[in-house]
Design a protein around this ligand. Structure first.
Ligand code: PXG
Length: 467
């Protein structure tokens, strides 16, 4: 066995990684040629890589490290729980204290009568649960023909076959026979790219009414649920115009369709409230949770459902569950994370202090010649890059080419800021300070400057013809 440590030289770590480790959403050969970046440790908002670089993580890992890195309280909670009860299942009429406690705490935190939790270990698993939950719900209600779930193109709900089918990522659907039957997609409310001559408000209404059109096309009696992220994350931090969500709520209410809010990114303070549904003013029947639930310190997710949904599901045996549903160590760590979020008033700080500060700085990025619009809710934001702000033009190059140039400049400046197509996105730890926000924005501006110089040199500052 090759023995390695954090002192092993980077090329050796990279070679061994390339030889044996298959990475998610990665072109394996390309990565082998380049070598993966090796992260050794992290503290607060800062990562340290194997070359000694200190990198500002403006993505909170994968949108999940809400309380920041290095909180020993969570390590202590895991240690205590592993000694007391490292594992037991929640099948076979059994339970344990951490699962009871976390379910009860989530019922307190979740809005309205969302009072019942089905645990999973990830957002993908939780959305698979939801798929089966809503179909079982309608079958138990005597309407088994209500099977179809409507979702959105470019939405992201996970990478398992079920959740990947709910998601609207065409690149994923192309590999492995997705979507599964009984899922329909409608267009996303991305005014910047698709709004044409409409005002954002007109466009928001039009995109919400696409849901009603789809329901009528499928037949209202065949539709089980609509699933969406309050703010689309992986699709590029797409914030719907203000007219969108009230109209969606009106439509799901009118047809009696269950609303699933996928809160995997928006939950636990990201939008300045405990849940994105509160920020956007929607009343879901089911919420998907993961990521910020444990700040990523342990894999845990789940579905929170209303009294009305639980009452129907509880009438039958729901033949579903995971070995690690309600894993005691993950629950104990999540509870400690929720305690820190509350005791340190982290959600309030996002809403009233650091969120508005970041929003002001982020909006100022529209003064950069490459940036067409800046959209931000709480601590998730995106910048649309454009060669021509007045016409909201796309670049003539393959979508993502320009975004990748910017992303690479960010990485070179020790800033983790990602691109989705030609949008640049951020989602920093909620604990980021004002000084760190300043550093983030300085590095982002510098990276955009460098990217623009490169784009001009490479002849890429060219607008695509209008379609
Ligand atoms: N729902 C939403 C809204 C998500 O963002 C999932 C479900 C699935 O969660 P799990 O825990 O199964 O990964 C997610 C995950 C990206 C990226 O590139 C985003 C996610 C995962 C991986 C990459 O932005 N979100």
């Amino acid at each position: 066995m090759t023995v390695i440590s954090t002192n092993t030289p980077t090329p050796e770590l990279q070679a061994l990684d390339a030889a044996h480790h298959m990475h998610p959403f990665t072109h394996g050969d390309g990565l082998r040629d380049k070598g993966a970046r090796v992260i050794l440790r992290a503290d607060g908002c800062w990562l340290t890589d194997s070359d000694g670089n200190r990198i500002l993580d403006a993505m909170a890992g994968l949108w999940c490290v809400n309380i920041g890195y290095g909180r020993t309280e969570l390590a202590d909670a895991a240690h205590r729980q592993m000694q007391e009860l490292p594992y037991y299942n929640t099948f076979f009429q059994t339970t344990h204290v951490p699962a009871i406690q976390l379910a009860a705490r989530l019922a307190e935190l979740a809005p309205g009568d969302l009072n019942h939790v089905f645990f999973a270990s990830s957002g993908s698993e939780a959305n698979d649960t939801n798929l089966r939950l809503v179909r079982t719900y309608w079958a138990e209600k005597g309407q088994p023909e209500r099977q179809t779930i409507i979702a959105r193109w470019n939405g992201y709900h996970g990478s398992s076959v079920g959740s990947g089918s709910l998601g609207g990522m065409k690149g994923m659907h192309a590999q492995g026979g997705m979507p599964i039957p009984g899922i329909a997609h409608i267009d996303q409310p991305n005014w910047w790219t698709d709004g044409g001559d409409m005002t954002p408000e007109e466009f928001g209404l039009a995109r919400a009414r696409a849901l009603e059109e789809k329901i009528l096309e499928l037949g209202p009696d065949t539709v089980a649920a609509f699933i969406a992220e309050p703010v689309q994350g992986a699709g590029g931090v797409i914030v719907a115009p203000n007219s969108y969500w009230p109209e969606i709520q009106r439509i799901v209410d009118k047809y009696g369709i269950l609303l699933i809010a996928d809160e995997v990114i928006c939950g636990f303070g990201r939008t300045g409230n405990w849940f994105g549904s509160e920020t956007l003013g929607i009343r879901p029947d089911i919420m998907t949770i993961a990521k910020g639930l444990s700040s990523g310190y342990q894999p845990i997710g789940g579905s929170i459902v209303t009294d009305a949904v639980a009452e129907v599901i509880n009438q039958t045996e729901f033949n579903h569950g995971y070995t690690y549903s309600g894993h005691p160590v993950a629950c104990a760590v999540a509870l400690e994370n929720l305690r820190i979020l509350r005791d340190e008033q982290i959600v309030e700080r996002v809403r009233t202090e650091t969120g508005p500060y970041l929003a002001e700085k982020f909006q100022a990025m529209t003064e950069h010649p490459l940036v067409g619009e800046a959209k931000i809710v709480g601590m998730m934001g995106s910048l649309a890059l454009t060669p021509d702000k007045a016409t909201r033009a796309a670049f003539a190059s393959e979508p993502g080419t320009v975004g990748l140039v910017c992303r690479d400049r960010c990485f070179a400046n020790n800033l983790i800021m990602r691109h989705v197509g030609d949008r640049m996105i951020i989602s920093p730890p909620l604990t980021i300070s004002r000084a760190e926000i300043d550093t983030l924005m300085e590095r982002a501006w510098k990276s955009l400057d460098e990217a623009m110089a490169q784009l001009e040199a490479d002849g890429l500052m060219v607008a695509a013809p209008k379609v």
